[in-house]
Ligand binder design. Structure first.
Ligand SMILES: O=C(O)CC[C@@H](O)C(=O)O
Ligand SMILES: [Zn+2]
Length: 387
């Protein structure tokens, strides 16, 4: 997405694939300590067999490494419930540029002994050190999971359904994702997935996770009844068994894949005030007109994270010129973020200043110079190219 792990010039590639050992798991606290090359899905399986879940889940779970997840501060589908890796990672082992092994691999929930150094490496995209081991807090595995897939008549209703969901579902609300009608067109046409509900301008996926099935379904029914009777939602379906649950999630998780089959894709991953989040999509649709094949909006609405994607038959410099810096300026005016969960890598490092003041940028450069004076750690990434 941003070329964070893609070598571009003269880099040496370092693979942690063979560092794939679980070091320990504490079945009382739920703390997992493992090496950086463990694949997320394998870790999920490991902790689920022991009654826990990983605090993060992403479409790329089958291939991504936990070390990379932490280095990029990956967000994903469980963020709404369990928060960022800045909260769930308890400790790290990191190899610094001079070869020093920094052993901050503790498993403490509380540790106020000065600067919280591990935080520097979470989301640093490998530019400050190489993460070699991770200690991470795993929450208990929810016993009951429900997914509702709903159609909404407008974006205002998507927002109101979210407010109502927070109020009525409370602590069992574990995901609130949205996608627009064009996204549904893409997954049904390019991937041949079937829509489970009537055609609507917007769709939302609501997931609940709790400890007692009866209690959760009662809450979910109340919520759905209210949403349907007040017209916030016009159609919907609910799944509780694994197969249907996965099928509903696939409609949302596979949008990115469907987009890549539509043509050249211009990708933006933005944090915006939730109530303005879709204005940018509508605005761009009008601005780009027939130049674009599709202008779509979807994402982690519960976290204020919009995945804005535009497709065209082939790469077009004039379309790009209409998109940038327009999208970044629009985002900066809302004090949003030009990269909500995918980092800056190689492609977005030049737009960092839309989300951070010059003072912050300078401090980032000073930290980089301190920790990696020779510039050998993931060079050409994250920080803007030096003039
Ligand atoms: O491809 C994208 O724009 C986002 C991919 C991913 O973060 C998702 O939520 O599906
Ligand atoms: Zn995402």
């Amino acid at each position: 997405m941003v070329g964070g792990s893609v070598p571009v010039f003269d880099e040496i590639i370092l693979s942690t694939t063979l560092m794939n050992r679980v070091i320990s798991f504490n079945s009382v606290s739920g703390t997992l300590v493992c090496q950086a090359g463990c694949v997320l899905e394998e870790l999920s399986r490991y902790v689920e067999e022991r009654g826990f879940v990983m605090p993060l889940d992403l479409g790329a779970k089958g291939s991504c490494h936990i070390g990379g997840n932490v280095a990029t501060n990956a967000g994903g589908l469980r963020f709404l419930r369990y928060g960022s890796l800045h909260g769930t990672v308890l400790g790290l082992e990191v190899v610094l540029a001079d070869g020093t092994v920094l052993d901050c691999l503790t498993s403490l929930r509380k540790d106020n002994t000065g600067y919280d150094l591990k935080q520097l490496f979470i989301g640093s995209e490998g530019t400050l050190g190489v993460i070699t081991a991770v200690s991470i807090q795993c929450p208990p595995k929810p016993r009951a999971v429900n997914v509702a897939f709903l159609g909404c008549p407008g974006f205002a209703e998507v927002l109101q359904t979210f407010s109502s969901g927070k109020e009525l579902l409370g602590e069992i609300l574990s995901a609130y994702e949205f996608m627009d009608a064009e996204c549904m067109w893409l997954v049904t046409h390019h991937l041949r997935l079937a829509s489970p509900v009537q055609e609507s301008p917007f769709y939302v996926l609501v997931e609940t996770s709790g400890s007692r099935a009866g209690h959760d379904s009662e809450k979910l029914s109340d919520f759905l009844e209210q949403a349907l009777s007040s017209g916030l939602v016009t159609d919907g379906t609910v799944a509780t068994d694994q197969t249907r649950l996965k099928a509903l999630w696939a409609l949302r998780e596979r949008i990115s894949e469907a987009l890549s089959r539509d043509g050249y894709v211009y990708k933006y991953d933005l944090s915006l005030p939730t109530e303005r989040l879709y204005d940018l999509v509508s605005d761009l649709r009008a601005r780009l007109g027939s130049q674009a094949k599709h202008v779509v909006g979807y994402g982690h609405l519960g976290d204020g994270n919009l995945h804005l994607n535009v497709t065209s038959e082939a790469f077009s410099p004039s379309l790009l010129a209409d998109l940038e810096p327009y999208v970044y300026e629009w985002t900066a005016r809302q004090r949003g973020s030009v990269s909500a969960e995918h980092g800056l890598g190689f492609k977005k490092r030049g737009v960092l200043s839309y989300s951070k003041p010059p003072e912050a940028l300078r401090l980032m450069q000073q930290l980089k110079a301190l920790l990696d004076p020779k510039g050998i750690l993931n060079p050409y990434k994250t920080l803007p190219a030096q003039a």
